[in-house]
Design a protein around this ligand. Structure first.
Ligand code: PLP
Length: 393
C-alpha cells in the first residue's frame, strides 16, 4: 500500500471548489445548472492591469524575482497600506505570495508547533482550519449566529484564549457571512487581546473594498494600534481587482515572522509569478475607478437578492455589509423538505432537482445555512431564485 501522511489525512479538499466542480460536471453532462457557488468576481480583469502584464512580458520580466516580491510591487503595497489603511511598513515587513491562500499557509507553518491553538470564528473561510491542521495546529472554532450578525463577542474571545493559543484569525468583511466588524467591535476585541500578549493576530482583509456600511474600512490594527508588533495583515488583489487567476496575495507584519514565512516560501514555491507581480503593482497604483464600479454592481445585486430570498418559504437572510456573498438560514426549508435533514442534503437536492448550486453552511462551520455568491449576472440570480421558489414550494 502507498502510505499517506497523517498530515494529509487530517484535511479535506476545499468544499467550495467541490461544489463548483460538481456543477461543472452536471453542466458537461448537458444539465442546465446555475452556479451560485463561485468565490470569484464575474468581471474581467480591468484593461490597464492586463496591459501592464503584457508590457512586463515584452520587457523581459519573465525571470525569477526576489522570493518575497519585486521591489516595485513591495513599494506599491507599502504605499497602499499608508494610503488606504494608515499603516506604516518597511520592505522587510512585507511578503508577496502566490495568492492570499499561500500567505496564510506560510504564516501557519511559520508560527505553529504541534498542538498550538488557533482561534477561528465561524462561519469561517473554509481553508483556515485545514491549513492550521496541515501545520499540526489545533483549530478552536467559535460559533456565532444571526443574533450577533455572525460576529463573535469580546467575551467569547476572552473565554477561548488559553496558554496554548498562538493565533487569533479575523476576516472582515467575511467570507461567507458578508458581515464586517465595526470599529467599536474591533476595539472591544482589541482590549481582550491586549491582556494576552502571547496571542498573535491575523486580519484577513481580502474583501476590503467590497463594503457598503457607509463607514470607512477598518481592521483590528486601526482599532487597536498597540497590537502592531504581533499582528499580520493579509490582503491581495484577487477579489478587489477581479484577479483570482493571477495568484497574488501579500502579508505585512513583524519582520521576524515575515522573514520566517519568506524562508518557507523560498523552499517551496519561491517567488510568485513575475508577470502577475507587475500586474498587481499596476492594480494597486493605478486608477481605482474599476473597483468602485464592481462594488456598485455587487451592492445592487446584494440588495435585490436579500429581499428575494426573504420571500422564500423557510429562508431568512440578513443584509450583509459587503463581499459578494449572502449567508441565509435555510433551517425552515430543511425542516419542511421531505427526505432532507441537513443543509448538505438540501444543497444536493437543490442541485439535482432545481439545477442551482449553493454551498452548504456546514462547509463554513455553520450548519442550517447556505452561502450564495452573487458574483454572477442579475439574470442568473433571478432565474436561480425562481427555481428555488419552485423547489421549496
Ligand atoms: N481569504 C479569504 C477570506 C478568501 O475568501 C479567499 C479566497 O476565497 C482568500 C483569502 C484567498 O484568496 P486567493 O488565494 O485567491 O488570493
Amino acid at each position: 500500500d502507498l502510505q499517506l501522511s497523517s498530515r494529509v489525512q487530517a484535511i479535506k479538499p476545499s468544499p467550495t471548489l467541490a461544489v463548483t466542480n460538481k456543477a461543472a460536471e452536471l453542466r458537461a453532462a448537458g444539465q442546465d445548472i446555475i452556479g451560485l457557488g463561485a468565490g470569484e468576481p464575474d468581471f474581467d480583469t480591468p484593461e490597464h492591469i492586463k496591459v501592464a502584464a503584457i508590457e512586463a512580458i515584452r520587457n523581459g520580466q519573465t525571470k525569477y524575482t526576489a522570493v518575497d516580491g519585486t521591489p516595485a510591487l513591495k513599494k506599491a503595497i507599502i504605499a497602499k497600506f499608508k494610503r488606504d489603511n494608515g499603516l506604516e511598513y518597511e520592505a522587510n515587513q512585507i511578503l508577496v505570495s502566490s495568492g492570499g491562500k499561500q500567505s496564510f499557509f506560510n504564516l501557519a507553518l511559520a508560527i505553529l508547533n504541534p498542538g498550538d491553538e488557533v482561534i477561528i470564528p465561524a462561519p469561517y473561510w473554509v481553508s483556515y482550519p485545514d491549513m492550521v491542521l496541515v501545520a499540526e495546529g489545533k483549530p478552536v472554532i467559535l460559533e456565532t449566529s444571526a443574533e450577533t450578525r455572525f460576529k463573535i463577542t469580546a467575551q467569547q474571545l476572552e473565554q477561548a484564549i488559553t496558554e496554548r493559543t498562538r493565533l487569533f484569525v479575523i476576516n472582515s468583511p467575511s467570507n461567507p457571512s458578508g458581515m464586517a466588524y465595526s470599529l467599536d467591535e474591533l476595539k472591544a476585541l482589541g482590549e481582550v487581546l491586549k491582556r494576552h500578549p502571547h496571542v498573535m493576530v491575523a486580519t484577513d482583509d481580502m474583501y476590503e473594498p467590497i463594503l457598503w456600511t457607509g463607514k470607512p474600512f477598518c481592521n483590528i490594527l486601526n482599532a487597536c494600534p498597540e497590537l502592531y508588533d504581533r499582528t499580520f495583515v493579509l490582503n491581495g488583489v484577487s477579489k478587489a481587482y477581479s484577479m483570482t487567476g493571477w495568484r497574488i496575495g501579500y502579508a505585512a507584519g513583524p519582520a521576524r515572522v515575515i522573514g520566517a514565512m519568506k524562508k518557507i516560501q523560498s523552499q517551496s514555491t519561491s517567488n510568485p509569478c513575475s508577470i502577475s507581480q507587475a500586474a498587481a503593482a499596476a492594480a494597486l497604483e493605478g486608477d481605482q475607478t474599476c473597483v468602485g464600479e464592481m462594488v456598485k454592481a455587487f451592492r445592487e445585486r446584494h440588495d435585490w437578492l436579500v429581499s428575494a430570498l426573504n420571500e422564500l418559504p423557510g429562508v431568512a437572510c440578513l443584509r450583509g455589509d459587503g463581499t459578494f456573498y449572502v449567508f441565509p438560514s435555510f433551517q425552515g426549508a430543511i425542516e419542511a423538505t421531505d427526505g432532507v435533514g441537513t443543509d448538505v442534503e438540501l444543497a444536493e437536492k437543490l442541485l439535482s432537482d432545481a439545477g442551482v448550486a449553493l454551498v452548504p453552511g456546514s462547509a463554513f462551520g455553520a450548519p442550517g445555512h447556505m452561502r450564495l455568491s452573487f458574483a454572477t449576472s442579475m439574470e442568473n440570480l433571478e432565474k436561480a431564485v425562481a427555481r428555488l421558489r419552485n423547489a421549496l414550494a
